[in-house]
Each structure stands twice: as structure tokens, then as C-alpha cells.
Design a binder for this molecule. Structure first.
Ligand code: PMT
Length: 397
């Protein structure tokens, strides 16, 4: 599969298996991916940065500071579509599990907003040690994916479990999990995202704090799995994602019309927009002048897009969101039922790192068969992939 345009950040730690990272870089670059390498200082003893920079066509990053210049780990962490740490030594694993940050690789990992894949490498006894397994579970619980170790000859001369997976296996894993299995090929999806603005006059509106980030990531995650995606995006600073038909709208009514026109031809609809529930009865043609101490606005209900599509749906899979501040679970389940959705994604504004504007989110998914999936706090990109993974596992597996 062609990986052109895909950005892969490869982290290499101090392990004898580091030599295999050279082959991995070659495979990825040959498939068209752009690869940047970040190493721990210990990795330098096992593999030459010169070889890696030559093969990746990019400088290799090792130190937090180089010749009075600060290495921008935040930029590096945000650049990637996926970060792969291969090999992952037991030392780096244990530091990650504690959120430590004493080298550039760890700083970059802590700044990464993309999915993270780990390919551990160590001796068998270390691999089976309860602390190693506990540390791995910690990272899995925040959404990291682990490529299982293989059995074979180890650096110690013993034969057993602990060998890093072969570069071809890691390559296929990345391809399959992220770039992608195209389970949704031939399907059409529509996603609403962002806020809506309800105009009071030519200069003012009623709006909300949605940035559109969550919905844009969902549109990208559906597209990555092969769906033809239409994104109906309210006023948002997010750029149009490439490969996705993006329709920019302003008001709840416009969003409703854009969805309604396409819904019958759609297989999957995800309503992640924060749509205004009320809009002014009249929009003043000229700027409303300041007069008395009080101003009374008369508002009327906007069309409820999710509810209307729920009433109209035939074979579509309909996913709604619920943004709550109290009785979260109860209200989410009520929305699932009353709006005839197949799944509801609940965010609570009481959860740190969740909701409007942030790059992270913490959600719980409720499906209509009564299943509940509590996802860890993670980047909106990762949340989006997990929502789409869940959708596929229930409806398209
Ligand atoms: O955009 P970000 O800054 O990344 O933030 C993401 C988010 C917090 C906006 C997103 O994760 C989220 O929670 N979106 C739903 C927000 C919301 O308006 O929830 P609600 O509980 O008020 O609405 C319930 C559902 O009905 C939602 O699917 C909503 O899109 C839909 N709805 C609501 C009103 C309306 N008139 N039409 C609708 O379709």
C-alpha cells in the first residue's frame, strides 16, 4: 500500500534490536511515507544516526539542546500521523509508565497528539517481569497499541520470548491499523462538527465554544478507513481536511439542510456538532442599538438534526454526541433512546481535559444494545479512531 503523504515519527531506544529500525525506516520510506527519527542517547550506541538520517532524508533528533538550539519536541510530536517506538527498551517503558521526561524522545512522546505504537524488545525474564507487564498495561490503558514480542534467540544467547517484532511485521501493523484496512470502502459518511452561530444582527450572534476539532478528527478517521466523507462544519478555524468534502455552514438551519439533503444516500452519520438549540425569532437587518438597561430577545427552537435523522433513518448507522454537566450517564442514555440513535458519545464538562477547544477528550460510548465503552483521556485524534474502531467492530466487522 502506498503511504505517500503519511508522516511517521520513529522513536528508537537503547536496545540491540535497534539495528532493525534501519530496515523499518527503509520499508516506510520505500512505501512513500515521510519518516523522522528521534533517538534516546543510549540508542546511539547501537545504531548510527548518520545511517538513519541518510535513509530517512531528515536529521535525526537526539538531544533536547544542540549547539545552543532547543529541539522543538512539541512541533515534532504534533507533526506525526503516528509515532512508533521500536525498539522499546524496558528502561524507556518504565519511564513512560511514570510519565518521566529526561530525554528528547520522552519529551516528544509526551507532546505527541497522534496514536502511538510500541514494539518492545528485551530479554525473556525482563519481558515476563510483573513490573514490565504492569507498565505495558498502563500504556495500553491510555490507548497505545503494542506489537507483541516474538519468540527466538535473544541478545543474552537464551531462546525465548522478548525479541522485537520483525520490521515487516511492524510495517504491516502500522499499515493495517492506521493507513488503513479500508473496512468502510464503498460507504458514505456524513459528520457535523463545530459550533453554529445564530445571528442577532449583522455584528452579533449566539454561539458556543466548539472549535470543530473533535468532528474534524472523526471525519478524518472515517476517511482513513475508506469511507467517502462529507463534513458539515460550522464556523471554525479548522482547515478543510484533505480528501474530505467540506461544507461550511453558519447556522443550525443551514447545518440541518446540508445534512438533510444528503442523509438518504448516507450509510453512517455522526453528529458531533454543538448545535444551538434556539435561534432569534428575528434577525435585525441593522446593528441593534444600545437603548434601555435590559434587552429581551425572543428565541425559537432550531431543528434538531439528530432527532430528525433518527426519525428518518432506514439502514443508516446514526451516532450522536451528548455534552453534559450533570447526570451525564442518565442524559446520554435518554438521548440515545429518544433520538433513536445507534450510539451516543458522552463527554462531561466535569472531566479534566474533555470538551470544547482542547486537543484532548474523554468520552464514554453507549450503544443501543446496552454496551458501554469508557475511553481514557487521550488526543481527539485517538478518540476519533477509537469511536470509528468501535463503530466498525459493531456494524462492519
Ligand atoms: O469542537 P470541539 O471544540 O472539539 O469540542 C467537541 C465537542 C465538545 C463539541 C463534542 O465532543 C460534543 O460533545 N458535541 C456535542 C455537543 C452538543 O451540542 O451536545 P448536546 O448534548 O447539546 O446535543 C446532543 C446531540 O444532538 C449532539 O449530537 C448534537 O450534535 C445534536 N443536536 C443538538 C441540537 C440540534 N439542534 N441538533 C442536533 O443535531
Amino acid at each position: 500500500m502506498n503511504l505517500s503523504g503519511k508522516k511517521i515519527l520513529l522513536g528508537i531506544t537503547g536496545s540491540i534490536a535497534a539495528y532493525k529500525a534501519i530496515y523499518l525506516v527503509r520499508l516506510l520510506v520505500k512505501a512513500g511515507a515521510e519518516v523522522k527519527v528521534v533517538m534516546t542517547p543510549a540508542a546511539r550506541d547501537f545504531v548510527s544516526p548518520l545511517t538513519l538520517s541518510t535513509l530517512s532524508h531528515h536529521p535525526v533528533h537526539i538531544d533536547l539542546f544542540q549547539e545552543n538550539e532547543w529541539a522543538n519536541h512539541v512541533q515534532l510530536g504534533r507533526w506525526a500521523d503516528v509515532m512508533v517506538i521500536a525498539p522499546l527498551s524496558v528502561n524507556t517503558l518504565s519511564k513512560m509508565a511514570q510519565g518521566q521526561c529526561d530525554n528528547l524522545l520522552l519529551a516528544t512522546w509526551l507532546s505527541a497528539t497522534c496514536p502511538v505504537v510500541l514494539a518492545p524488545a528485551m530479554d525473556e525474564d525482563m519481558w515476563h517481569h510483573p513490573f514490565t507487564q504492569k507498565n505495558l498495561q498502563k500504556l495500553i490503558s491510555i490507548g497505545h497499541k503494542v506489537i507483541p514480542v516474538e519468540k527466538g534467540e535473544l541478545a543474552s544467547g537464551l531462546v525465548g520470548e522478548g525479541r522485537m517484532a520483525e520490521p515487516e511485521t511492524i510495517f504491516s501493523f502500522i499499515q493495517e491499523h492506521f493507513f488503513f484496512r479500508e473496512e468502510l470502502k464503498g460507504r458514505k459518511a456524513i459528520v457535523t462538527a463545530g459550533p453554529t452561530y445564530e445571528s442577532l444582527d449583522p455584528v452579533r450572534f449566539i454561539g458556543n465554544h466548539s472549535s470543530g476539532k473533535m468532528g474534524v478528527e472523526i471525519a478524518k478517521a472515517l476517511y482513513a478507513r475508506g469511507a467517502a466523507v462529507t463534513l458539515v462544519l460550522g464556523p471554525s478555524a479548522q482547515p478543510n481536511p484533505s480528501g474530505i468534502e467540506t461544507i461550511r455552514v453558519h447556522s443550525a438551519q443551514q447545518m440541518f439542510e446540508a445534512v438533510s439533503d444528503r442523509f438518504d444516500q448516507t450509510d453512517i452519520a455522526v453528529m458531533s456538532a454543538a448545535v444551538a438549540d434556539y435561534t432569534p425569532v428575528n434577525t435585525a437587518a441593522e446593528k441593534i442599538k444600545k437603548t434601555g438597561d435590559r434587552l429581551v430577545l425572543e428565541l425559537q427552537k432550531t431543528p434538531d438534526i439528530l432527532r430528525t435523522m433518527g426519525e428518518r433513518k432506514k439502514n443508516q448507522v446514526l451516532i450522536g454526541f451528548a455534552l453534559e454537566t450533570t447526570n451525564e450517564r442518565e442524559y446520554a442514555l435518554e438521548k440515545l433512546r429518544s433520538k433513536n440513535a445507534d450510539m451516543i458519545v458522552l463527554n462531561s464538562l466535569r472531566d479534566e481535559g474533555a470538551g470544547f477547544g482542547k486537543d484532548t477528550n474523554k468520552v464514554t460510548l453507549f450503544d443501543k444494545s446496552g454496551k458501554e465503552f469508557d475511553l481514557a483521556l487521550q488526543s481527539k485524534q485517538q478518540v476519533a479512531h477509537q469511536i470509528v474502531d468501535t463503530l466498525i467492530s459493531i456494524y462492519y466487522a
